[in-house]
Design a protein around this ligand. Structure first.
Ligand code: ADP
Length: 793
């Protein structure tokens, strides 16, 4: 246990009840310079006052400051704790304690301390009279301490400044508690900001005694923060402001000067990294930096080199001359005069923007380590540079936009086309002045309504359809849309539009093509008139030929008859033949006239069907059978077939027969001997389909389209095999269509043709079956007329 006591730094003294020292530890012996034998078993009163001895023996206080005398009679005051404990199995008095140290500092020491700290301090009385100021404080006023003491703030500052100081002093007295104030001092053009911690001291009567204050210059961080805030605001809010390199130079020079003030450096430079040139360019040179960097315009260094370990050791710290290496650029001047230098990296999010370098001349080393502070400032500077650059970019962007806006404006003014920017919402956003000229609506009116409001209802679908296509960026869509003029007329606009995804808008340009369309229309009408004139001429030349042939035959025959009469050479046989010629050719003339009259009636819409409910199968079968005689004469096999014996539909029996006779006469005309003709009827609930098929000469494929046209003849030569006017099929088509049906043809040259017509099945409730039982008797004459073209009648 004793050895443990001896190791303890606190003093331990053990007394018996007689007040004799039975143990004291080594630290106590050492402090009082005694050896064990000198004080062991002697009364404690040998080394303390009698009074203290008594109070110890009586155990008056548990805690008491006892005054001991050392061997050399030095008074050693020890704060003790006194207690009764067992020592070697006997109850003993334990005194355990620590020395009470005396105030050993002097006034001079305190003043030295205050003069050499990095803050300004002062003591002023309740009225603001300076009682004490430290050296850094005298630097602010640039006056001696003895000249300041006894003076007031009002002796140095303008009223508006000292009033603030005095009010702040009053406030801390009033509130009886210390407070931090931010106070501004204006000196010349510069303003300095101080953070003052003011604490009130009161006398024993609680009356204000004096005020103690520590004051720290924080101008640099304030400037940096303000610049940052200012630039941030400009870059993000004031989009129209100009940013420039000069702005940045001024800001960084101001900050640089404050850094010099703060760090007491002799020179400062800021180099910015130029990514394109791959190197550092001096941007700011202050004081000695002008000298060192006089010849330095550019220092080539790659970004990844700067990030490498080789450079890392030189960055963000102050280094003495011997430790740094300026091999980066041989143009650095007077480097030998340098004592210390510090390079701090300016970077933001791993992007190296540049460096800020402090230099200290021989004999003026840095007074304190400002590395941490410089790192903080460098980071702030990085933000400022970034913001200024951003501000600059934004302003360039704005200028470009302004420029394009003006260009657009000019274009809109001079464009003859209707130029517009339309939004996806269907509203026009900008329109050229030509819109008013063409459509009569003012710009205001046009922008206030969706453009669909003035689009022709019939063109809306096409407009909307194209608009969807338009959404594919880059494609130019052309469309013709009618827009309503303010006067109600529609104007045709040929509309080109392109979708610009970024703007979510369409750029459109349109031309008024109403006049062009009118001209085109006029041209078409004119062409049609010319065409119909040609057709008319052709018609007359055709028709005259058609008329002339039978008339010539009739007249010729008559001449022969007359001659025979004159010669008295009349034979019955030949007379019969001659009258037959006259009859056949008269029928041809009759047929021609009938067809012409009908076609003409159809053209002017005066042709009427006389419809009634009839069994169409009967009509077709009867008329087919009635031509059997002709086919027999020509050795043509005629077959009739139907899938249904009775199909009642509302039709005009005369016209059905006319259709059939035309198709059958053609089939006979164009089918050689020993050929065949088949007539087939197929019916469904809705329609009846009739086919007239022959094994004749067929129709060339390129003529199929024209045979239903009026005068559409495949063989137009005068010495054609068959007679015909080219009206028959056109009549057929008209008659079928008048019944609501359709006609078509399939044909192959040398194989045959098939004409198919279909008629819808309709029943007329009111109509009675008017099918004339006598019709058959009329068939012969009708056939004669319709078949009058066939030569060998
Ligand atoms: P046409 O009175 O000249 O016969 P159509 O209008 O009846 O006039 O016929 C027009 C032309 O169609 C005919 O000139 C002929 O060339 C051709 N055509 C009509 N039917 C047939 C057919 N069954 N076989 C071959 N050609 C035909």
């Amino acid at each position: 246990m004793l050895s443990i006591y001896n190791k303890i730094r606190d003093y331990i003294i053990v007394l018996n009840y007689k007040g004799e020292i039975i143990f004291c530890n080594e630290s106590f012996l050492n402090r009082l310079n005694y050896k064990q034998g000198e004080i062991f078993n002697t009364s404690i009163s040998n080394i303390i006052t009698n009074e203290d001895k008594k109070s110890v023996e009586r155990l008056e206080d548990e805690n008491k400051t006892l005054e001991f005398y050392s061997k050399s009679n030095e008074l050693v005051r020890i704060n003790t704790n006194i207690s009764i404990e067992n020592f070697n199995n006997e109850k003993s008095i334990f005194i355990i304690g620590k020395e009470v140290y005396q105030k050993t500092y002097t006034m001079e020491m305190l003043e030295d301390l205050l003069d050499n700290i990095n803050v300004c301090t002062f003591i002023a009385d309740a009225y603001g009279k300076y009682l004490y100021v430290n050296k850094p404080f005298t630097n602010i006023l640039n006056k001696k301490r003895e000249d300041i003491i006894g003076t007031y703030n009002s002796d140095y500052w303008e009223e508006n400044i000292y009033k603030v100081f005095d009010e702040n002093n009053k406030e801390v007295f009033k509130n009886k508690s210390p407070k931090i104030f931010h106070e501004e001092i204006l000196s010349g053009e510069n303003s300095y900001w101080y953070e003052s911690y003011k604490s009130p001291i009161f006398d024993e009567n609680e009356k204000p005694k004096y005020i103690v204050s520590t004051t720290k210059n924080y101008s640099l961080s304030k400037i940096v923060s303000e610049e940052l805030y200012k630039n941030y605001n400009i870059a993000t809010l004031e989009r129209d402001s100009n940013g420039s390199c000069n702005d940045l130079k001024n800001i960084l020079t101001n900050i640089g000067e404050n850094i010099i003030n703060y760090t007491n450096a002799d020179g400062l430079s800021i180099m910015l990294y130029d990514i394109d040139k791959e190197g550092l360019v001096p941007f700011i040179k202050l004081k000695d930096a002008n000298k060192y960097l006089e010849n330095v315009e550019f220092t080539r260094v790659k970004l990844n080199e700067l990030k490498s370990d080789k450079y890392r050791v030189y960055i963000n710290r102050i280094l003495p001359r011997k430790k740094f290496d300026n091999t980066l650029n041989p143009d650095y001047k007077c480097v030998d005069e340098l004592d210390y230098s510090g390079n701090y990296i300016i970077k933001l999010d791993e992007e190296i923007i540049g460096f800020i370098t402090l230099s200290y001349r021989n004999g003026n080393g840095p007074k304190f380590n400002s590395d941490e502070y410089m790192k903080y400032i460098s980071n702030r500077i990085a933000m400022i540079i970034k913001n200024v650059r951003l501000k600059y970019e934004v302003s360039v962007e704005n200028k470009m936009r302004e420029y394009t806006e003006k260009e657009l404006e000019r274009y809109l003014d001079i464009s003859v086309d209707l130029v517009a920017i339309a939004g996806r919402d269907g509203y026009l956003k900008r329109v050229s002045s030509s819109w008013y000229d063409v459509l009569g609506w003012t710009e205001e009116e046009l922008l206030s309504m969706p453009c669909t409001d003035i689009i022709h209802p019939e063109d809306l679908a096409s407009f909307k359809g194209k608009k969807i296509l338009d959404d594919i960026e880059g494609i130019v869509i052309t469309n013709i849309i009618r827009f309503r003029h303010k006067n109600g007329q529609y104007i045709y606009l040929e509309w080109n539009s392109k979708y610009i995804g970024e703007q979510e808008a369409y750029i459109t340009s349109a031309k008024d093509i109403t006049r062009r369309l009118e001209i085109e229309k006029e041209k078409i009408t004119l062409e049609e008139a010319v065409k119909s004139e040609i057709v008319k001429n052709e018609f007359f030349s055709n028709i005259s030929h058609e008329f002339r042939t039978p008339i010539n035959i009739i007249l010729g025959t008559m001449q022969v008859i007359n001659k025979n009469i004159e010669n008295n050479n009349i034979k019955l046989d030949s007379l019969k033949k001659y009258t037959n010629y006259i009859k056949q050719n008269s029928y041809r003339l009759l047929r021609l006239v009938n067809n012409l009259i009908d076609i003409n009636k159809m053209d002017i819409g005066m042709y009427e069907l006389r419809c009634s409910n009839n069994n169409i199968v009967n009509i077709i079968e009867d008329i087919t059978t009635s031509v059997a005689e002709y086919t027999k004469d020509n050795n043509i096999n005629l077959v009739f077939d139907t899938d249904n014996e009775e199909v009642i539909t509302c039709c005009d029996p005369d016209k059905i027969e006319r259709i059939m006779l035309n198709l059958l006469s053609n089939a006979i005309k164009y089918t050689q001997e020993n050929g065949f003709i088949s007539v087939n009827i197929n019916s469904t609930v809705d329609e009846v389909v009739v086919s007239v098929k022959d094994s004749g000469i067929g129709i060339p494929i390129d003529k199929l389209d024209m045979i239903f046209d009026r005068f559409g003849q495949v063989d137009e030569s005068l010495n054609r095999k068959c007679e015909g006017s080219g009206i028959g099929l056109s009549l057929v088509k008209n008659l079928v269509e008048l019944h609501g049906g359709k006609v078509s043809v399939k044909s192959k040259v040398n194989e045959g043709s098939e004409f198919i017509f279909s008629l819808p099945i309709n029943l007329n409730e009111e109509s009675n079956n008017k099918y004339d039982i006598d019709r058959k008797s009329k068939h012969v004459e009708r056939c004669d007329i319709e078949f009058s073209d066939i030569y060998n009648l």
